[in-house]
Design a protein around this ligand. Structure first.
Ligand code: PPS
Length: 219
């Protein structure tokens, strides 16, 4: 079972962070599926811990087993369930400039909707988003920032973080600077290795800057 979870938030580079860790540090083992959604989806949670265990790569005791599911961060029931699973769980929270994150989240939702990929059936009505920009939907009729609009609500990191802190001590958290990750992934990844209890082995020669993309890639 994982000893650490990257609990969110979405659009903060969680996919790349996990991919880089897996590719660059063979002691880090992950789930075989991208996002297990074990603690937030009732039908999966009810399958029990053996089901959850089987979602992971095989690992030896010196490895660090981790998973990432960005919706864990903001889903209240998850905090209790993770605590019941392992009160010593290490929790990684990735944070990006909240406005950049909200804008990215909005356009991601808009694209998903336009492509008809949302199959949940409970998409927020405002997320029809047709011909709308982020600026069109970010304000209430009174001209205030609409803190209940999901892409904005998901950037209110402190709301979720305070709930997690009612259950887990601060020393079990590691905050990932997602803006620094884009500029200097190695520094961020080495800090994660240390948090996971591993001697850092990720080094700058393992990455290169893909100038066209503007992002670092693994060699
Ligand atoms: N190396 C590299 N390559 C590609 N993308 C990178 C990289 N590093 C960070 N990012 C940032 O990752 C953002 C997407 O975040 P997530 O992976 O958390 O998105 S998701 O919630 O899983 O859809 C994505 O945000 P957007 O560009 O706004 O989509 C990127 O800023």
């Amino acid at each position: 079972l994982p000893g650490a979870i990257l609990i969110g938030e979405r659009k903060t580079g969680t996919s790349t962070t996990l991919k880089f860790l897996r590719q660059m540090d063979p002691r880090i083992k992950t789930a075989l599926v991208g996002e297990p959604h074990f603690f937030d989806v009732a039908t999966r949670y009810s399958k029990g811990l053996e089901y959850y265990r089987n979602l992971f790569q095989p690992a030896c005791p010196s490895d660090a087993v981790i998973e990432k599911t960005p919706s864990y961060f903001r889903t209240p029931v998850v905090t209790e369930r993770v605590y019941a699973c392992n009160a010593s769980m290490k929790l990684m929270v990735s944070m990006r400039d909240p406005i950049d994150r909200a804008v990215s989240d909005f356009y991601f939702e808009k694209r998903r909707h336009e492509e008809g990929l949302d199959h949940t059936g409970n998409i927020d009505l405002r997320s029809t988003f047709v011909n709308q920009t982020f600026e069109d939907v970010a304000l209430t009729e009174q001209g205030e920032i609409d803190a209940e609009f999901p892409p904005i609500a998901r950037s209110l990191y402190e709301v979720s973080l305070l709930r997690w802190l009612t259950k887990f001590p601060l020393k079990q958290f590691h905050l990932i600077d997602a803006d620094l990750f884009i500029k200097d992934p190695v520094t961020v990844l080495r800090r994660i290795e240390v948090f996971l209890g591993l001697e850092p082995m990720i080094t700058p020669d393992m990455v290169y800057l893909a100038k066209m993309k503007g992002y670092y890639c693994v060699r």
